[in-house]
Design a protein around this ligand. Structure first.
Ligand SMILES: Cc1cc2nc3c(=O)[nH]c(=O)nc-3n(C[C@H](O)[C@H](O)[C@H](O)COP(=O)(O)OP(=O)(O)OC[C@H]3O[C@@H](n4cnc5c(N)ncnc54)[C@H](O)[C@@H]3O)c2cc1C
Length: 471
């Protein structure tokens, strides 16, 4: 079952607010609702909350924060909103973009001040499309640390997180108001839990191959690198309820996943002056446009493979990421004293690799864009020892989802909010528009944390029968 009328005999238990999914969005929603004094429960399918949040680098973009000010970065929400709109080719909902750009700073500071998350700004390289250094991360620069710290914050306030609880359907009344959820346990037993408001924080449909094939055909054969439990439940339920689904073809890909190790290699290796070649040793694109759109570009190369080429200076920057350090430990990063040796070790034609680097040096020297339009002027030349890693493209997470308004209320196809139903993070339509190239670095956790917090506040207000929170 997915959508059903409430059980005749009533519910086995009742809680005012249910949050489905214990990722960044679910925890932010829960913490925010709890602050407003509402009793709630998070339902999570896994035994330990992880989600795609744990797979991420845990970086949240935010503008005008005190963390930026402390290190002399001049930034503001308007500039951030402009970057988001430009990257999304002006196809994202402008009101939603303005809202998340405005609320990102206060949300990061809220997590830092109220829940002791020790953020700092990644200040040693630029993310594509961001006009300021505004990615905020935790010391390990890993999503595992982010989700663990969020879970610890929820534990500290005794917010119940019910694990091994798959929400398998919704109970909805004749007025389309959600009255409860069905929970399926690992032993297939089912419970009906009543609620007054529901926040969907169960991410998107990357883990549902049929939905990926339907909505994102270019990624139907790609490796899905996100959490497998994200199977599109929010959009399936919402669709049945008449919710509006937006930007279903949008997604975050990544063109730099170590192969066959399956480890994310930070795009710093490219943005700091590195580049990609294919198995023929040839460049094939302007890598600086963004890592998301690069997934399909890499997958279009022979063998669906590319090599990131960089050097020790760049590796030292990438080493701040736990993923990169792990890739080094596992031997995914290849090193050689000369480019010719590197080519041999990669099994690519040495003359072609030398030609690729020579073209880049030419662009660096002249200051003109290279034949793909990428500029290298002002960047340091690569120096021996050279480094490389074999990579492929992957689907990280979907960016389409339930259309929401400024209070994270799910809206229907006529633009009206569905009663007491909220969505955040990957369950909601994001701010990337309908294409992979619309994804600005950090858009995933941006809407998970910011919309999560807003959804929690608004759901708490709805439970208390107050008008939804306006932000
Ligand atoms: C490798 C990788 C790197 C990334 N790096 C970044 C980054 O640095 N910055 C950034 O902004 N974004 C990044 N992203 C994207 C980011 O991880 C996601 O956008 C974000 O984590 C989404 O948060 P969420 O809370 O919506 O979903 P999740 O963290 O996936 O949480 C959803 C939870 O819902 C649970 N669930 C699903 N269905 C049900 C159900 N029916 N019943 C009960 N529980 C259910 C799942 O088990 C899961 O725990 C990355 C993604 C990947 C895969």
């Amino acid at each position: 079952m997915t959508i059903r009328t409430p059980p005749r005999n009533g519910f086995e238990a009742h809680v005012p607010l249910v949050v489905v999914g214990a990722g960044a969005a679910g925890f932010c929603a829960a913490l925010a609702a709890h602050e407003l004094g509402v009793e709630l429960m998070i339902l999570e399918r896994d035994s330990l909350p992880r989600g795609s949040t744990a797979l991420s680098a845990g970086l949240i973009p935010a503008a005008g924060t005190r963390f930026q000010t402390a290190i002399g970065i001049n930034d503001n929400p308007a500039a951030f909103a402009a970057d988001l709109k430009r990257k999304a080719h002006d196809q994202a909902d402008p009101a939603l973009v303005d809202l998340v750009a405005r609320q990102a700073g206060p949300t990061v500071e809220w997590l830092a001040d109220r829940y002791d998350l020790p953020f700092s700004v990644v200040d040693d390289f630029d993310y594509p499309g961001h006009s300021a250094r505004r990615m905020h991360g935790l010391p390990s620069r890993s999503g595992v640390e982010l989700i663990d710290r969020l879970r610890q914050a929820a534990d500290a306030f005794e917010i119940p997180v019910i694990a091994n609880a798959v929400v398998s359907g919704l109970f909805v009344d004749a007025g389309r108001a959600v009255r409860g959820v069905e929970i399926t346990r690992p032993d297939a037993t089912r419970d009906a839990l009543g609620c007054e408001a529901l926040t969907l924080a169960c991410n998107g449909y990357g883990g549902a191959p049929d939905l990926v094939a339907r909505y994102i055909p270019e990624m139907r054969h790609a490796t899905y690198f996100g959490h497998p439990g994200n199977r599109g439940d929010a959009v399936l339920w919402g669709g049945e309820l008449g919710a509006k689904l937006d930007h279903m073809s949008g997604y975050q890909g990544h063109g730099s996943v170590a192969h066959p190790h399956g480890i994310l290699i930070s795009w710093a290796v490219v943005m700091e002056g590195g580049f990609q070649v294919n198995q023929n040793g040839e460049r094939f694109s302007d890598e600086s446009l963004g890592y998301s759109e690069q997934a399909a570009v890499v997958l279009a190369q022979p063998g669906c493979i590319a090599f990131d080429i960089f050097d020790e200076r760049i590796a030292a920057i990438a080493r701040q990421f736990a993923d990169f350090r792990q890739a080094e430990e596992l031997g995914a990063i290849i090193e050689a004293p000369t480019l010719a040796f590197l080519a041999e070790r990669l099994n690519v034609p040495p003359p072609a690799l030398a030609q690729s680097l020579a073209e880049i040096e030419e662009a660096r020297h002249t200051g003109c864009p290279d034949r793909f339009g990428r500029r290298f002027a002002g960047e340091a030349s690569l120096a021996p020892p050279f480094k490389a890693v074999k990579v492929t493209g992957a689907l990280f997470h979907t960016q389409g989802g339930l259309a929401v308004d400024g209070a994270a209320r799910v809206i229907d196809t006529s633009g009206k909010p569905l009663p007491k139903l909220f969505a955040a993070g990957g369950a909601a339509a994001g701010v990337s528009g309908p294409r992979a190239s619309g994804y600005l670095s950090g858009n995933g956790l941006l809407t998970a944390t910011v919309l999560g917090r807003i959804a929690g506040q608004a759901a708490a207000a709805a439970v208390k029968q107050k008008p939804p929170a306006s932000t």
